[in-house]
Design a protein. Structure first.
Length: 328
């Protein structure tokens, strides 16, 4: 049914002939593009937003978005580069446009050789390096955790969130979506069920293992237990693990969103860090300690070692260098 509706929208678009009518179908088409893509919800939303942005650009320049031709796509990509968009962001826009054409049964201009040559030039000129969340040191992280005031409910929550996010190498969406019923405590520590994640879209089930630490002040399992005890004392036996507060220290039932996680991390660790820094730092610190990639991947749920290398933030030339070990 969705394909039939999309075909109807496409046919109507082709018959219109005037770009000012594009808004009539942009919203519906964006939903279909999102539904046809694999990935986490935020990834789908990004692709749908990219498709809508392309429609709006076509509206402004009186171009057909579906089917689009090579000059149209070249113009749109040039527009994105002039806005300073990174190459990875541009390629995501192209993927969204390509998917929309595929769903409509139309050839995409992105597959034509002249466009590929154009994109090769964009890549060479603009570069492919992506902005990555910086990693913190373990010493810095421990100092921050030990300084949190846990006499206040928010302090208990924040300590548990930071320790669980780091030790579990969580993506920020995963961390925000942890529910109380996802937690399983035993003598070794804590297992966190992940019903769905960026790399597990079909709900096949994944787990993250978190262990007791010798230092009670920085133990993620004890921190989560203490926060959970407070939640249960206020009648929270199911639902979101990390919730917001109303008027100071009054617990709500509202789940913390990913933007709130970012602000929380920046409040404690510094403005240059984000919630994703918890995950990036886990990988970097583990690599510096010589941990095998397979063990890291078992926690991060990465599918390839190439992604581990990309996530490793070893920027200091003296921090990780074979010149110290060659025996001179």
């Amino acid at each position: 049914m969705a394909k039939q509706e999309l075909a109807r929208v496409v046919a109507a678009t082709q018959a219109v002939g005037q770009a000012r009518h594009l808004d009539d179908f942009a919203e519906k088409a964006a939903r279909y593009v999102a539904a046809g893509l694999d990935g986490a919800d935020n990834t789908k939303e990004a692709y749908a937003g990219d498709w809508k942005r392309f429609n709006q650009w076509c509206l402004a320049y009186n171009c057909s978005p579906l089917p689009a031709d090579v000059p149209t796509l070249v113009g749109f990509v040039t527009y994105l580069t002039e806005l300073g968009r990174k190459t990875a962001t541009i390629r995501r826009h192209i993927a969204s446009i390509t998917k929309a054409h595929k769903l409509a049964g139309l050839p995409s201009p992105s597959t034509e050789e002249r466009f590929k040559v154009f994109m090769e030039g964009v890549t060479r000129v603009e570069g492919v390096r992506q902005h990555q969340a910086p990693a913190f040191t373990l010493d810095h992280f421990k100092r921050v955790i030990q300084a949190i005031d846990t006499s206040r409910p928010a302090g208990l929550r924040d300590r548990a969130l930071l320790l669980l996010g780091f030790s579990g190498a969580f993506r920020r969406e995963e961390l925000a979506n942890v529910n109380i019923e996802h937690l399983q405590f035993d003598e070794d520590g804590l297992l966190v069920d992940l019903p769905r994640s960026k790399t597990n879209q079909k709900g096949e089930g994944e787990e993250k293992a978190v262990f007791y630490s010798a230092d009670r002040r920085t133990c993620p399992v004890r921190a989560v237990k203490e926060w959970l005890e407070l939640l249960q004392a206020h009648g929270h036996s199911t639902g979101p693990l990390f919730v917001s507060f109303r008027r100071g220290q009054r617990l709500s039932t509202r789940r913390l969103n990913t933007d709130s996680l970012n602000l929380l991390v920046q409040h404690y660790l510094g403005r240059k860090f984000t919630a994703h820094s918890l995950r990036a730092s886990f990988v970097t610190i583990a690599k510096l300690k010589g941990v095998d990639d397979s063990k890291i991947m078992n926690q991060t749920k990465h599918k390839t070692t190439a992604m581990i290398r990309r996530y490793t933030r070893i920027d200091n030339v003296r921090q990780h260098n074979a010149a110290q070990e060659i025996g001179l």
